[in-house]
Structure formats: C-alpha cells, structure tokens
Design a protein around this ligand. Structure first.
Ligand code: FCB
Length: 473
C-alpha cells in the first residue's frame, strides 16, 4: 500500500500476447432483477424498497424507475437467444424476492416462481449454466417497514425465502449466490442513503451489514438443507485502497477505508471475526451490541466459492484541518472526513478510475483469505454510447474488458483459483440512483422501442469465449 500511484490500466504501446484461459473457464454475463425485469406489478409481484425509492421524488436521476426497465420479464426468450448468440457459458441473474414471495413472508407466489422456472429451463435448453443470486438489493417493502436490515428478524426472513426458492429451482440450478454486494445494501442503503431504502444513519448501516451477513449464513444453511449438491457462495464488492502519500496519516485513512469497504465483510465471512481495528474505528458509531453469541459462526458457515465484483480502486488521504466537525451522512461511518483523491487516470462515465491491475491485487488478496474457487461475478464499465447506422462501436468498454481479462489471467498465472468471469452487464439497464443515464451493457437497449443491439464489445466477447481467451494485439 506504499505506492499511491498505480500504473495506468494498459500500456497501449505494449505488444499484448494471446492468452488462453484454463479449460472449462466459466464465461458469463450478469444482470439483476430490478435492473432489467420491469413488470413491476405483474403476476402478483408487490413493491420492494427499490420500487418505493425510485417512486420517491428526487431519489433517482430524472425520476426513472424500474417499472418497465428492459421488459425482460416479457422478453426472456429473445434475451436468452441473444445470450446463446454470444456463446455465454453461464448467465448470472437475480431473483426478485417480492415476485416470488410477495411482501417477504408467507407462501410462495407460483406465478412469480414460474417466470424463473421458464428462464432457467430456457437457459439450460441453450446450454447456458444458470447462476442464481438470491438478493440483489430489492428487499420487499413490508420487511423494510418492519425495520429492514438493521432489524435482526430480516435475516431469518431471508433464510425462509431461500428455502422457498431452493425448493422450486434447486433441481435445475447448480450455482447459488446469497447476497450481492452487502456493502452497498448496508452502507449506501442505510449510511449515505443514496440507495434504497434511503436511510442515513451510521449505526443502522453497521447493523444492516451484520444482519445481511447473518442472513447470508442462514441462507447458506437453508440451501445446504434443501439442496446438498448446490455450489454456494456470496458476492462481495472489493477495492484496493491506497494512501495518497506515504504519510502515517494517509496510511491510517487507507486502513480505515479498507476496514469498512473490504475487511468488514471478508473477515467475518471467511475468518469468523470482525477486525479489532475496525471495531475500534466504529466505537463512536456503535457498540456492536447487535452481535450475539454464535452469529460469527453462522456468518462463516463454509462456502463452495467466493464471488468478487471489481470496478475500481480507492485512493484516500487524511482529513484536512478544519474538515466538518459535524459529519454529514456518509457511507463511511466513523471515517466521514477521509478524503477520496483522484489521480487523473482515465475514468469511466461513472467517474470511476480505470485500474486493471487492481483486479489482480484484489483476487490475490481474497486468495490470501481462502483456497476456495473464486469467480469475478461482475466487472465492467459505463460509457456514453451512440448508435450509428444500427451499430454501437463501444471501443472504450471493449478495452476495459480486455485489460481486466489480462489482469484476471495474470491472477491465474499467480496461482489464484479463478474459475470464471461475468461481464457486467449483459445489457444496458436501470443503474440504480443513476436510472437509465448510465450504460454498462454489451447489448444496447433502446428504452422507447425495447430494440436490442449487440455492441462491438458483445461481438468481441463472443470471440473471446469461442477461443477461450484473448487474441494477440
Ligand atoms: C454493482 C452492482 C450492479 C451494477 C454495477 C455497475 O455495484 O452490483 O448492480 O449497478 O455495480
């Protein structure tokens, strides 16, 4: 962590050799229910926190909602055909809790489950391995009204919901992810409030993070009970965190942010404990009285794999003198005043710095925690796309994927058991608080006509999958 300035993503003057990935490498693409399905009030689905949030004025750019999104609910046949054209080996999607168990408690909704049965059957018929995520941020609204993730009972509700989905789909789905990115659910949902449900309270965020992980552990146990042969994991979003300089103050800022962003989740999930320095940093926020005996053993219930979502790196510096005495709502409770520094390297349309070596660093770090197989369950970039004569030549996105796949291959060479890679995203979609203003897809969506247009990156990715690797450049 002593080198603040990482090298640029790729030296374009370099000659890049062809690279072959290990046999059976799982090439995939990912989406999430609320971001693509639409059909928000169809066949018995009831509101989730994202429906409520997006329908609340001022929460999402331009008042966009997921009511229609990519209308995937009504177009799954067409969408799976596009996946087959890409040659995807696997498709990572999430199940909408409110669709299959409206309200988040009680009986299953057979019409909701039927949608996922049809999707999974269609995938299998096309030779595409379904990869199911149980929770990608869309908590049923009544569970939020009852306290949401800061309330312990939500973890038990998540386990019940898991059993219901495992009973319905366990015979045909091998790969299961409990949570997607619990950091975002906890710290953006309850800390800064920029994500649903939009609460801004540091203690709630920390409690939410704990109960999400508790729910994960209970969900793993429920899955094992229902389907002993399932391959079960969790997806975390990780960032290398560098100090802006070698000063002790900046190093301490990096330690703090690394604690909240990465170790808050990695340590309990993979080691069964919270890091002592993180607990000390959070002393002004919470006394951790929500943690009960046995919780950490549940949270660290053994897994079969770990999913890593990687987008960028954080570079941070110590607060400057005179920073706000009264901290504003933040996704970094207890460390609100740490400054996030930009290095002037190329960024995506999200403003996220492009840092492919950070993927290698992140995968090696997780491998330092565990020998479990790892999967990159998301990696990708938003750029402004233009359709010209029915084509989208998204060279920047293609270059982003290429650079990160090279880093992934380097991780494999370094001994990391990386078994697959899922591009984010299969198609443009509802990018949370940014609505439809940010495009991450390999397939362009015209939201007026719902016409799908594979971009250059999609055609390129299809060739990567066909040759199981990258061509020389
Ligand atoms: C991740 C989310 C995913 C998408 C990408 C860009 O944090 O898991 O839904 O929004 O970022």
């Amino acid at each position: 962590m002593s080198n603040p300035a990482s090298p640029p993503a790729v030296d374009v003057l370099d000659e890049r050799p062809g690279l072959t990935f290990p046999p059976g490498f799982l090439w995939g693409a990912a989406t999430a229910a609320y971001q693509i399905e639409g059909a928000a009030a169809v066949d018995g689905r009831t509101p989730s926190i994202w429906d409520t949030f997006s329908h609340t004025e001022g929460r999402v750019v331009a008042g966009h909602t997921g009511d229609v999104a990519c209308d995937h609910y009504h177009r799954l046949g067409e969408d799976v055909a596009l996946m087959a054209e890409l040659g995807l080996k696997s498709y990572r999607f999430s199940v909408s809790w409110s669709r299959v168990q409206p309200g988040g408690t009680g009986a299953a909704n057979p019409r909701g489950l039927d949608f996922y049965r049809r999707l999974v059957d269609e995938l299998l018929a096309n030779g595409i391995e379904p990869w199911l995520t149980l929770y990608h941020w869309d908590l049923p609204q009544p569970l939020e009204d009852a306290g949401g993730w800061p309330a312990r009972d939500t973890a038990a509700r998540f386990a019940d919901y898991t059993t219901l989905v495992a009973d319905a789909l366990g015979d045909r789905v091998r790969y299961w992810t409990t949570l997607n990115e619990p950091w975002c659910s906890a710290f953006l949902g309850y800390g800064s409030g920029v994500h649903a449900p939009g609460r801004a309270n540091g203690a709630d965020a920390v409690r939410a993070g704990h109960h999400l992980m508790l729910g994960h552990g209970l969900s793993v146990q429920a899955l094992r009970a229902a389907r002993p042969t399932a391959e079960v994991g969790v997806t975390v979003n990780l960032y290398p965190v560098d100090p802006a300089s070698d000063s002790p103050a900046d190093s301490d800022a990096a330690r703090r942010i690394d604690g909240l962003a990465n170790r808050f989740f990695l340590d309990p999930l993979l080691r069964g404990s919270y890091p002592a320095d993180l607990v000390a940093d959070l002393r002004t926020v919470t006394d951790f009285d929500h943690v009960r005996d046995g919780d950490l053993a549940t949270i660290s219930t053994p897994l079969d794999l770990v999913g890593v979502n990687y987008y960028s790196r954080h570079v941070v510096a110590a607060p400057t003198d005179g920073d706000a005495a009264e901290p504003a709502p933040s996704c970094w409770p207890g460390s609100e005043d740490v400054r996030f520094v930009t290095r002037g390297v190329p960024v995506t349309d999200m403003g996220w710095e492009i840092d492919a070596p950070g993927l290698l660093e992140t995968l090696r770090r997780v491998h330092g925690y565990t020998d479990l197989p790892l999967y990159v369950t998301e990696n990708g970039s938003a750029f402004v796309d233009t359709v010209i004569d029915g084509e989208v030549d998204d060279v920047d996105r293609l270059a982003y994927f290429e650079a990160h796949l090279r880093a992934a291959h380097e991780a494999i060479d370094a001994g990391v058991p990386l078994r697959g890679y899922f591009a984010w995203s299969l198609m443009d979609n509802f990018e949370w608080a940014w609505g439809y203003t940010k495009r991450f897809g390999m397939i362009h969506i015209d939201y007026d006509s719902q016409v799908r247009t594979p971009k250059s990156s999609a055609k390129w990715y299809a060739s990567v999958i066909r040759r199981n690797g990258l061509a020389a450049q």
